[in-house]
Design a protein around this ligand. Structure first.
Ligand code: 26V
Length: 831
């Protein structure tokens, strides 16, 4: 069945073709060809999907030559490669991005228009590739775009989940999860490469044996094998001929299931075992709130690490014939959080057990090629796996982890003799009744670089979580502040603003976002401000249309559009936002509306299915919305909508239409945030705490152009032991009224429904200290309202935010990774 890589016939006439044209007639011809001859549709076909599919294939064809030329360029230059290992790639839609990066959006639009078809309708027919939870997964997607744009030889490795992030529906104000069958109608963006299938082992035991030359060696025996089949997705750079690769692995049962074991007696068990193998890549874990220790999740993690490293080593051996002397100079692995950190022991295993290396040489290679990025300080999200689980699932890998630990602890006790506490603190194994493997420590010990994702986050890491390791290896620790790609997050999603910017300063900003600074002086030009304002109003209308369609709530674009979209989590404090909404409502009811600014509040995001409080917060937002939106006394003064199924594609409409970006996490808890950057680029102003990358946004725009509030990270920690929310509530008439309303007004038919929320806010142990920042938040919101009424001033601030967003391009982030960690050469591609 599987094509084997053994009968290759080389034929230049077959593979070396001229590039396909990008003009209107050729796009039109290919579109018609795919629709009719390939997909076999005719004039009676009513489904837009086939129009989309025909266009996707037409555009994909134009990536193929460039993709091949990119591979050739990398092979021919024998360059050093980077690999981004991630359990998540939150890609969203591909079609629009491919057209933008190829530079064929206008031509395609024209070709379709001539056929009586609206391109936007086809673009909208694409289902998001939602193979991620949130920030961490979307960062990986933005990184791939920037690597291709900078012509860096970086390949993404991930998992081809059959089901991506669940679809969220709101029923009765509550979240309901539905499966995301994103592959149901096929995926035109993937190319299966069964000829590069790998085998991944689970179970069995370690056996020691004597090699021919008399040495001892170990091997993994009696294991169950699962096949890993790669599917490649093209990652086009911005108009530069480069097309990089995202390789996603799908699990498949080995042929043995279909042959040997299928005897009469165990047929049913065999089929069940086959299913168990294929289950490994069935579903993305929709949980970014807490680590939950599920065996299947560890299987996924090892599956990714093992298949990817075997693939890389197989390719290495084709070109270098088993000579590993330059492997560490030519390869670098970036671990996206600890999720792929099995790569550390797995590379050791492959080099020792499969390539016959000794420990020292294998360790030298491993610890010179691995680099680890941390994305969270929350202790509940730090991965730990029971040693017992490791022992039964990955016995050989546990052996290697224990050996790494023994050698590491020897280093520690050499440096700090007789410091037993420190040894226990730093051990890769957390001792106790159920010993656990600490994956972050494994990643640190195995890597030459450890980074956080914003300045504050990186500082807090070395002062807290990783302090001991910083004392041992200060040179390993560094910061890489996150970014977002300006291609998707300005050029694609905000066409009218892009046109205005390019009209004013040319279009160089798309591939060099620092240039966008040149619009700053135009903030003083009334004519430019007028055009800027008009663009924002059009984008607000587009967002209002979406809200009306999805929520049945009317947003008036003359109001301030106040938006918080992100995963629902207590540390992100959607609760603080809703307390402000309730406060505004209370003011309206009490007639305290002098100097009022009309406001539309939009909140969206998914809760982890098992996260009780997050789900209750969704219910509260919906109930508050219901009361406010149906109160005739409120009218246009205040609207509240919860947008269901927040995802990449929704953000493409949301961020251009936002006036006010809510970034209100408890200081010290949000590692970076990246939504904050998308909003800033699109001319929203931020109301935010001094947390994550908010601090760096504030540094770029200055405090005249940012609504800062709340305790600092240091103040939060200093306050904890003396935190007394009851006293704060008692001393603040506004907060007292809000708490009063919370007690009954929004749960008339279900008394006590929100008691857990009230208890959380009033508890002196509330980790998120919602009450502590209430007053400061309300005051900052009043400054927002006052500023918005001065349209010229607001517009000037909006322009300045966009103008100062250059730092937050992932092009800058990736250049930082490359200069400090990867050290890859840029490889131009023939075109
Ligand atoms: C954790 C877990 C725990 C086990 C189950 C599956 C799972 C999946 C994802 C996560 C990761 C949570 C960490 C995360 O998403 N961090 C976010 O990373 C963004 C990119 O660096 C950053 O902007 C956000 O501030 C940070 O919360």
């Amino acid at each position: 069945m599987t094509p084997k890589d053994n009968q290759q016939v080389y034929s230049p006439g077959l593979t070396e073709l001229p590039p396909l044209p990008l003009d209107v007639p050729s796009l039109s011809e290919d579109f018609r060809h795919y629709y009719t001859h390939n997909l076999g549709r005719d004039k009676y076909c009513r489904s837009i999907h086939y129009h989309y599919a025909a266009l996707a294939l037409t555009v994909r064809d134009r990536l193929m030559e460039r993709w091949k030329n990119t591979r050739y360029a990398y092979i021919d230059s024998d360059c050093r490669h980077g690999y981004y290992l991630s359990l998540e790639f939150l890609m969203g839609r591909a079609l629009g991005n491919a057209m933008l990066n190829l530079g064929i959006t206008d031509e395609t639009s024209q070709a379709l228009f001539d056929l009586g078809i609206k391109m936007e309708d086809l673009v909208s027919a694409e289902i998001d590739a939602g193979l991620g939870n949130g920030g961490l997964g979307r960062l990986a997607a933005c990184f791939l775009d920037s690597c291709a744009t900078l012509q860096l030889p970086v390949m993404g490795y991930g998992i081809r989940y059959e089901y991506g992030m669940f679809r969220q529906r709101i029923v009765n104000g509550q979240q309901v999860e539905e499966p995301d069958r994103w592959l149901r109608d096929g995926n035109p963006w993937e190319v299966a490469r069964p000829e590069y299938t790998q085998r991944v082992s689970y179970g069995g035991r370690t056996e020691f044996y004597r090699t021919n030359d008399g040495n001892f060696a170990s091997r993994w025996v009696e294991a169950n094998n699962v096949l890993a089949v790669p599917y490649d997705i093209p990652i086009p750079g911005y108009r530069n001929g480069t097309v990089n690769t995202l390789r996603l692995w799908k699990a498949a049962a080995t042929d043995e299931f279909d042959l040997g074991e299928f005897n009469a007696g165990s047929y049913a068990e065999s089929v069940a075992a086959k299913n168990a193998a294929e289950n490994i890549t069935m579903v993305l874990y929709p949980n970014d709130a807490s680590e939950n220790g599920k065996e299947l999740r560890l299987r996924q993690q090892y599956f990714l690490a093992s298949a990817s490293l075997q693939d890389i080593i197989a390719r290495w051996n084709v070109l270098h014939k088993g000579d590993f002397s330059t492997f560490a100079e030519k390869n670098c692995f970036q671990l996206n959080d600890t999720h792929p950190s099995c790569a550390v022991p797995e590379l050791m295993r492959l080099l020792m057990d499969e390539q016959g290396m000794g420990w020292d040489q294998a360790w030298d290679i491993t610890s010179r090629t691995m680099a680890y990025t941390n994305h969270t300080l929350l202790p509940e999200a730090l991965e730990k796996w029971p040693m017992q689980l490791f022992r039964q699932l990955l016995p050989r890998i546990l052996d290697i982890i224990l050996e790494i630990n023994a050698r590491f602890l020897a280093v520690v006790s050499n440096r700090w003799p007789d410091d037993g506490n420190r040894l226990a603190r730093m051990s890769l194994i957390e001792e106790g009744p159920n010993p656990q493997v600490r994956m972050a420590y494994l990643a640190i010990v195995g890597s030459f670089s450890v980074n956080g994702v914003a300045e504050l986050h990186s500082q807090l890491l070395v002062q807290g979580l990783f302090k001991d390791f910083y004392e041992l290896w200060p040179h390993k620790f560094n910061n890489k502040t996150n970014g977002v790609t300006p291609r998707r997050w300005i050029a694609w999603c905000n066409e009218p603003m892009s046109a205005l910017i390019s009209d004013t300063i040319g279009d160089g900003w798309v591939a060099d976002l620092q240039q966008i600074r040149r619009i700053a002086p135009h903030a003083d030009d009334a004519g430019f401000r007028e055009r800027w304002h008009a663009v924002k109003q059009a984008n607000k209308q587009r967002l209002a249309d979406m809200v009306s369609q999805e929520c049945g709530i009317t947003f008036n674009p003359e109001s301030i559009f106040d938006v918080q979209v992100k995963r629902i989590h207590e540390y992100k404090r959607q609760l603080l936002n809703i307390l402000h909404v309730i406060h505004l409502y209370s003011r309206i009811k009490r007639g305290e509306t002098t100097g009022w600014t009309n406001r539309c509040v939009l909140i969206g995001g998914k809760a982890a299915p098992g996260y009780y409080m997050a789900k209750l917060i969704i219910k509260l937002i919906n109930n508050v919305g219901q009361v406010i939106n149906s109160d005739p006394q409120v009218g246009d003064m205040l609207k509240v909508a919860f947008l269901p199924n927040y995802r990449v594609t929704a953000m493409e409409i949301i961020c251009p239409g936002t006036d006010l970006s809510e970034q209100i996490s408890t200081a010290g808890k949000e590692a970076s945030g990246t939504g904050n950057m998308k909003f800033m680029m699109n001319g929203a102003l931020t109301i935010g705490t001094l947390d994550g990358a908010n601090i760096e946004i504030l540094e770029e725009v200055g405090d005249d152009n940012f609504f800062m509030f709340g305790l600092t990270a240091d103040e939060v920690e200093a306050m904890r032991p003396i935190y007394d929310p009851a006293a704060i509530i008692d001393a603040d008439a506004d907060l007292k009224r809000v708490m009063q309303l919370l007690r009954g007004h929004f749960s008339m038919f279900e008394p006590g429904l929100f008691d857990p929320i009230i208890n959380a806010i009033t508890s002196p142990h509330d980790p998120w200290m919602v009450a502590a920042d209430f007053r400061s938040f309300i005051d900052a919101q009043q400054r927002v309202a006052d500023t918005y009424r001065d349209r010229e001033r607001w517009t000037r601030m909006s322009i300045i935010n966009t103008a100062h967003s250059g730092k937050f391009s992932t092009d800058r982030t990736i250049e930082d990774y490359n200069n400090d960690i990867w050290r890859l050469e840029q490889i131009p591609v023939a075109r």
